[in-house]
Ligand binder design. Structure first.
Ligand code: CU
Length: 327
């Protein structure tokens, strides 16, 4: 893990937090009061925590490409997000969403990535598993209002996690600071869908992340969202999906009901093939590129076959029809 100032910063920002809370309450906007719903409850009052909820407006990343030179600008911020029907979570985010945006690259891209920390209350940092760089230089903390630019070449194809690197890292990840980098080999098409599995614990509660079971386990930030709104996929033609496990703690057991994973590339590298896998284990911090093919029209559930995860929201549906299209 990269060097970071940790607790002293936390203490320093508590003073600023008190000022912000007072200003927010006086202004009657921006910072939410005790009526804010907690994860896991739609009507319980928010238990007083170290930090009150700050709901910054999502700021999307920008990407500009010139040949294989890619410039990306991302933003760290705090934004309240919905993680289940009627359940809101005071997230720490990349670009205002959980997970953060998918970063799509081609093998060999030269990437210049700038992260601006718009969060007024604490430092953040970014660790990209796709970047072969010295972490003590590239993944270091970015103070509120500051920016940092890193450079890397996407030499190795695959599907990778990125996440906040600031301490306490288990909390920054559990709060929502993660996303996927997809590095597509030359001549290949990017995956049809990217699914990021992750867990939600008590908001802003490190001990909950370290000691307890998650309240929700989700694909792309919302429990059971693709069971309600299935993902359309083709019939009779193979297609690929990327599955990333952001954790922060639990292994994923990715399974598609009524199907077999035809070709699984561990970490998304075309050299790492396993064929005809019934359930693929994906460690926290890892990913897979998975080829599927449905010979018959129908609705095929995808789940984490770890049944506690399935029961907490890790469930979606592939809708295989002849008129389907990608996302
Ligand atoms: Cu962070």
């Amino acid at each position: 893990m990269a060097q970071n100032p940790g607790t002293p910063y936390r203490r320093r920002f508590l003073g600023a937090v008190a000022v912000l809370i007072a200003a927010g309450l006086l202004a009657g906007c921006g910072i939410l009061g005790n009526h804010t719903p907690q994860a896991g409850s739609t009507n319980q009052p928010t238990k007083p925590g170290v930090l009150k909820v700050l709901n910054q407006t999502p700021r999307p990343l920008t990407v500009s490409r010139h040949g294989q030179d890619v410039a990306i600008h991302m933003y760290a911020e705090e934004t309240k997000v919905a993680i289940a029907p009627g359940v809101f979570f005071p997230a720490w985010t990349f670009d205002g969403t959980v997970p953060g945006p998918v970063i799509n690259l081609r093998q060999g891209d030269h990437v210049t990535l700038t992260l601006t920390n718009m969060d007024p209350r604490m430092p953040h940092a970014i660790d990209l598993h796709a970047a072969l760089v010295p972490p003590n230089d590239a993944f270091t903390p970015i103070l509120p209002g500051q920016s940092k630019t890193i450079h890397f070449t996407a030499d190795i194809p695959g599907v990778f996690l990125y996440h906040c690197e600031f301490s306490p890292m288990p909390l920054h990840i559990a709060q929502g600071m993660y996303g996927a980098v997809v590095v597509t080999p030359k001549g290949e098409a990017p995956p049809l869908y990217t699914l990021v599995q992750s867990e939600f614990y008590r908001p802003d509660n490190l001990q909950s992340v370290l000691d307890s079971s998650p309240r929700y386990v989700v694909f792309n930030g919302v429990a059971n969202q693709y069971a309600v709104n299935p993902l359309h996929v083709p019939v009779g033609n193979p297609f690929t999906i990327a599955v990333v496990n952001a954790g922060p703690n639990d292994f994923s057991a990715f399974h598609v009901v009524g199907s077999i994973l035809r070709d699984v590339q561990a970490s998304g590298d075309p050299k790492n093939n396993l064929y005809n896998v019934q359930t693929d284990m994906i460690a926290p911090g890892d990913a897979a590129l998975i080829e599927l093919e449905f010979d018959q029209s129908g609705q095929y559930s995808f789940v984490s076959h770890a049944m506690n995860q399935f029961g907490k929201g890790a469930h979606g549906i592939f809708d295989a029809t002849h008129s389907s299209s990608g996302q």
